[in-house]
Design a protein around this ligand. Structure first.
Ligand SMILES: [Zn+2]
Length: 253
């Protein structure tokens, strides 16, 4: 579940892709560029062209990288799409960051938290995801949903509150929510959302993947504390963000 109350600051990143287009093909009209972030495992980015639009998906862990690295990546991806020779400066600018210890560490932590090799416990400091899952399963799914691997994310996050990985049958919930300050119904709401991804598998229509279908959204509203949970998240975005930044500072210092 993406925290939809976090403003998406993609304008600047988008302009870098437009700039790259103008640089590679100065006499062609710049297509409309759409930027999204995706919780890929590790560091993967994709670019593709569809119906005259250019869709860029950047790995979530690279969202906050310096603008210089974003610029390098924009020239690399755009060059690949247009099959043009990529200027060495772009590879250097992005490479310096992608090889940096910070990113490697983040990617490693991500893999560890998502992979099956290291099994972290569903029990957090405050909430036990297995207990929450079983309770929701009884209340909303007649106890019939097989329990997936449930873990807390390795790090606190505020943009991504939960993630369901169908390939690994794994639900990860942001450790930001494992706190006395977070009401249980908020954790339940995020777990419930991810459970709905199991109940409503993604549908592929015309090559597009539909995740939050109308049926999904209808079911989501059946959660008893839907309004309260949405309100709590909208009112506590800054608190969640602060906790993430604090954790990052502690890691560095
Ligand atoms: Zn979702």
């Amino acid at each position: 579940m993406t925290n939809r109350f976090v403003p998406i600051e993609t304008g600047l990143i988008k302009s870098l892709y437009e700039e790259a287009f103008r640089w590679y093909v100065p006499d062609r009209e710049v297509p409309s560029v759409h930027i999204s972030f995706y919780p890929y495992i590790g560091i993967n980015h994709t670019i593709r062209s569809r119906d005259g639009k250019v869709l860029v998906r950047i790995a979530e862990i690279c969202r906050d990288m310096p603008m210089g690295a974003h610029k390098g990546l924009a020239y690399i991806l755009t060059g690949k799409l247009l099959r043009k020779k990529i200027p060495p400066g772009a590879r250097e600018a992005y490479g310096a960051y992608s090889r940096s210890e910070e990113l490697r560490e983040r990617a490693g932590a991500d893999k560890r938290s998502r992979g099956r090799k290291v099994v972290t416990s569903s029990a957090g400091e405050v909430y036990d995801l297995a207990a929450i899952f079983d309770d929701l399963n009884d209340r909303y799914f007649a106890g019939e949903m097989p329990r997936p691997v449930l873990t807390w994310s390795a790090r606190k996050t505020y943009r991504i509150l939960g993630h369901h990985d169908a390939h690994h049958d794994h639900i990860a919930i942001s450790r930001s929510l494992d706190s006395q300050n977070v009401p249980r119904y908020v954790v339940e709401y995020v777990v419930f959302h991810e459970m709905l991804h199991i109940a409503h598998p993604a549908r592929h229509v015309g090559g597009r993947k539909h995740v939050h279908t109308p049926a999904f959204k209808r079911d989501e509203r059946k959660f008893e504390h839907f309004d309260a949970a949405e309100r709590w998240i909208s009112e506590n975005v800054r608190r969640l963000k602060r906790a993430v930044k604090k954790e990052a500072r502690q890691r560095q210092g």
